[in-house]
Design a protein around this ligand. Structure first.
Ligand code: ADP
Length: 458
């Protein structure tokens, strides 16, 4: 006696070999047929059962589900055909025969199978019998194996888009999806059941994720390099344009000196002008090169104790002639005797730049104050002016390369718009930052905030 319960499976792929109901526990009819055929008994363990030396996989907690390997060639003879042709009995000699009666009209008496046809329970058990007798059993892949397959597929998708680009990457990705679809078939040939959608979904999702990652990263890189190039071109354009005025002055003066017989005073004046303009030209080139080298991280940055108030005083002295020309008074505010670790030359460049900006963008008869103070947040070097000031929108852009405000352009002051971007980079190399407070028409205050034990980054 055996049970004929079906598993809750739409195509009856599996058959529970064991069924317990109430106090009764039965083996499946197919298994009982095997046992009867082999005239032996069934040995059971938690993970499998054994009949006549053949181990049949199937855990108890899955009711020892057996995957049936359906065969289309199991002979099927109706009683009517047997009655009309008794000679067909010979067909059954030495065979195990499953005899059954089925209600042709009752739909629930027949189940769908992977062969694509409806079968009665007795036929399904005949198929299970063949599977049990063949000794080849299908086993579902373990969770660990499925995880491993998904991880491999995901890694392959990631590597495809990390190392390949464009059409080639998409071709390899398509191949990967195809391969992932083939995994269940290959595994099936090895007797392992891999759910079709697991590797296929893993492939589709990982390919989609990797492709979009590449798409956005590449787009961002492209965008960055394009804007870098545009900025660089703008810088070149600006610098060459700016170089033109000193060059014209040099050209004109030298021509005059060569062509006309000038008196000594005039000659000296012209020579002085050529000298000043060529120095200006050299400064411009130097600034431009400094900017490029700082951006590339190419410049060597020293780390030594720098007495910051002395440095501010010397910058004030250097900027004094410029300020006097505009009748601007340079004042020293509180100058605490403090020192920071850093590169003196670069720090001087930064402070001098803030001072000359303050002078450039202030009207005559105002004053500019520089101070050095220490408070909780670090060492603060401030340059305060009473100049044209900046509005909130301008404040956001002044540290960009080649940026000048309209008011600055209109002021007639010469500038390259790159000084502040260098200042910011220098300060950042010293682990500091620049704070700006400003009000249009009232003035600005640029403050370099440096950490108290700041060590310059090399
Ligand atoms: P520039 O060579 O034009 O002075 P900077 O990079 O030093 O270049 O400054 C960028 C812009 O920031 C200036 O063109 C100007 O518009 C604005 N700016 C800088 N310092 C001041 C200041 N003290 N007052 C008002 N505007 C300023």
């Amino acid at each position: 006696m055996g049970h004929i319960h079906a598993a809750p499976d739409p195509v009856s792929r599996v058959l529970p070999l064991e069924h317990a109901g109430g106090r009764d526990r039965r083996w499946a009819m197919a298994l009982e047929a095997v046992r009867a055929r082999k005239a032996t008994c069934i040995l059971e363990s938690p993970d499998s059962i054994e009949v006549a030396g053949t181990t049949i996989p199937g855990r108890r907690d899955t009711a020892r589900a057996l995957y049936i390997l359906y065969r289309p060639d199991i002979p099927h003879v109706s009683i009517a055909a047997l009655l009309s042709d008794p000679a067909r009995r010979e067909q059954f000699r030495d065979k195990v025969v499953f005899v059954g009666l089925t209600a042709q009209t009752a739909a629930r008496d027949r189940l769908m199978t992977p062969l694509g046809e409806m079968m009665s329970g007795v036929e399904i058990h005949a198929q299970a019998y063949e599977t049990l007798m063949s000794g080849h059993f299908l086993q579902p892949a373990t969770d660990v194996a499925l995880l491993f397959i998904c991880a491999i597929v995901t890694l392959a998708a990631g590597a495809t888009f990390a190392f390949l680009n464009g059409l080639r990457a998409y071709a390899v990705a398509a191949l990967l999806v195809l391969l992932a679809s083939a995994i269940p078939h290959i595994a099936f040939a090895w007797g392992i059941i891999v759910p079709y959608l697991t590797p296929v979904f893993a492939a589709w999702f990982s390919v989609a994720a990797a492709a979009s990652w590449q798409h956005f990263v590449v787009r961002r890189q492209l965008h960055k390099s394009e804007s870098d190039r545009a900025r660089y071109q703008e810088a070149i354009h600006f610098v060459t344009h700016e170089m033109r005025s000193p060059l014209t002055a040099i050209q004109g003066s030298s021509e005059l000196m060569g062509r006309y017989n000038l008196n000594e005073d005039k000659r000296r004046q012209m020579a002085q002008m050529i000298n000043a303009e060529s120095k200006r030209l050299a400064r411009m080139i130097q600034t431009f090169l400094d900017m490029e080298r700082l951006t590339d991280g190419d410049i060597e940055i020293r780390s030594e104790p720098v007495p910051i108030s002395d440095l501010v005083l010397s910058c004030l002295e250097r900027a004094r002639p410029l300020a006097e020309r505009k009748q601007i008074e340079l004042r020293a505010g509180p100058l605490q005797a403090l020192s920071v670790n850093g590169d003196r030359e670069l720090m001087e460049y930064a402070v001098y730049n803030l001072l000359t900006n303050a002078v450039k963008y202030s009207p005559p008869e105002t004053f500019v104050t520089a101070s050095v103070q220490q408070n909780g947040g670090g060492i603060q070097v401030s340059v305060q002016d009473q100049g044209i000031g900046l509005d909130a929108k301008e404040l956001k852009s002044i540290f960009k390369k080649i940026y000048r405000t309209r008011k600055a352009e209109a002021s007639g002051e010469v500038g390259t718009g790159i000084g502040l971007s260098i200042v910011q980079q220098i300060v950042e190399h010293h682990h500091g930052h620049v704070v700006v407070t400003s009000e249009p028409g009232k003035g600005s205050c640029f403050t370099i905030v440096l950490p108290e034990d700041g060590v310059a980054r090399g």
